[in-house]
Design a protein around this ligand. Structure first.
Ligand SMILES: *Cc1c(COP(=O)(O)O)cnc(C)c1O
Length: 398
């Protein structure tokens, strides 16, 4: 059948427009590198938004997915598979959490965390259902997770929102105290706000929050979707603050690029009853195999040690460049770092470095974010710095 002429133009015209993208078409990836249709190579310091923790097409991940695809892709959430039991076990063994519910994305994990907290409030706190969240936070794009998020641009989008999220400024324990009522069931936050521009919750604040929520008998929910799975140099970022949440959500790096997320919780919080939560693809064997391959590698102490070492290397190089180029402070932890800019040129710099074969991200106009593969090499960090330097110091704007 011949399609009408208005549908024949650019291939991209058949995609709903939701983002500006360069016209480059990627066809292949290997480690820290992507290759486009014309054969040009790009150094990837975005990695699917801190998702491809092992880089592109890591041999262990490729092997696990291919072998599993030939064995069993999907049974049904109505049955156990060997892979499902194995991955749940691994996560429980390596965290303070007792139980796992697998999802297909981070937003879905957070959606589940909100439901679990509300159900828990119904049973244990006389129907309390308000969740205190943070200004500028990002928890996903479902209606409830958008409602939980503190992104100013979203305030009036897709009204009416899901009610009962109370927002307070980050790193202000008094603000949480003042927002607490008998209707409060939980406090929910990211250990480091990623989308807001890599803004860390301080160690003292996280520890005070843990104390406060415990004393008040409410839940502490940590969204470790961006910070978890080794990104900050420990398996989970909360380890560095010395706290354990009641509910923790995972996503992004957990599948190494394969769509996967997880809602995890302490035993005492797990109050879902039969039929309360589910999903067609949740916990499918193929996703579990991908998660297992990633977990196996990322949870090794020497791998995490490597992330800390390379994170420190990247930080030092960025700080040195920033001070020479008259830019602002470097923020973040491990391999989730950001450089503050002295002007709102983030988007322009991203375009400039892209033209020179480097993928970077600017989560807000005055910030550059660095989230390479956890397997990135020091040479690749040097290459990245070299390209960025050309733009920041020699100001060779095209
Ligand atoms: C990316 C992200 C999400 C949403 O995950 P999706 O897989 O895109 O739904 C939620 N919370 C945080 C902190 C994130 O970085």
């Amino acid at each position: 059948m011949m399609r009408p002429p208005e549908k024949r133009g650019l291939p991209a015209s058949s995609l709903m427009w939701t983002a500006d993208r360069p016209s480059t078409v990627f066809v292949q990836g290997q480690g820290s590198w992507l290759t486009d249709k014309e054969g040009n190579n790009y150094l990837d310091f975005v990695q699917g938004w801190a998702v491809n923790c092992l880089g592109h097409s890591h041999p262990a991940l490729v092997k696990a997915i291919s072998e599993q695809a030939g064995r069993l892709i999907n049974a049904s959430p109505a049955y156990f598979t060997d892979r499902l039991l194995e991955l749940a076990r691994k996560i429980v063994d390596h965290s303070a959490m007792d139980k796992v519910f697998f999802t297909n994305s981070g937003a879905e994990a957070n959606e589940g965390a909100i439901k679990l907290a509300r159900k828990w409030g119904q049973i244990h706190r006389s129907g309390a259902r308000e969740i205190i969240t943070m200004h500028n936070s990002f928890h996903g794009r479902t209606l409830a997770t958008m409602s939980a998020s503190g992104k100013p641009q979203w305030e009036t989008l897709f009204e009416p929102k899901v009610p009962d999220f109370v927002k307070v400024p980050l790193n202000d324990i008094e603000a949480v105290q003042n927002a607490l009522t008998e209707r409060t069931v939980a406090v929910m936050l990211e250990p480091i706000q990623g989308e807001a521009g890599v803004i860390p919750a301080s160690r003292e604040y996280l520890s005070a929050l843990r104390g406060l929520t415990s004393r008040e008998g409410i839940l502490l929910i940590l969204d470790e979707i961006q910070t978890g799975m080794g990104r900050t140099g420990t398996l989970f970022a909360c380890e560095q603050a010395g706290i354990e949440p009641d509910i923790m959500t995972l996503g992004k790096g957990i599948g190494g690029g394969f769509p996967l997320g997880a809602l995890t919780a302490r035993e005492s919080v797990c109050c879902f009853e039969k039929g309360d939560q589910g999903g067609t693809f949740n916990g499918n064997a193929l996703a579990m195999a991908a998660g297992l391959a990633v977990f196996e590698i990322v949870s090794r102490p020497e791998f995490l040690e490597g992330v800390r070492r390379k994170g420190e290397y990247l930080r030092v190089r960025l700080e040195e460049l920033s001070s020479r180029a008259g830019q602002d402070r470097v923020r973040g932890q491990g391999l989730l770092l950001a450089m503050g800019l002295d002007s709102d040129e983030g988007a322009r710099i991203v375009e400039e470095v892209f033209a020179r074969g480097l993928l970077l991200n600017s989560p807000r106009p005055d910030t550059l974010r660095f989230m390479p593969a956890l397997t990135v090499s020091e040479e690749e960090i040097d290459r990245m710095i070299g390209i960025l330097e050309e733009i920041l110091i020699r100001k060779r704007f095209s």
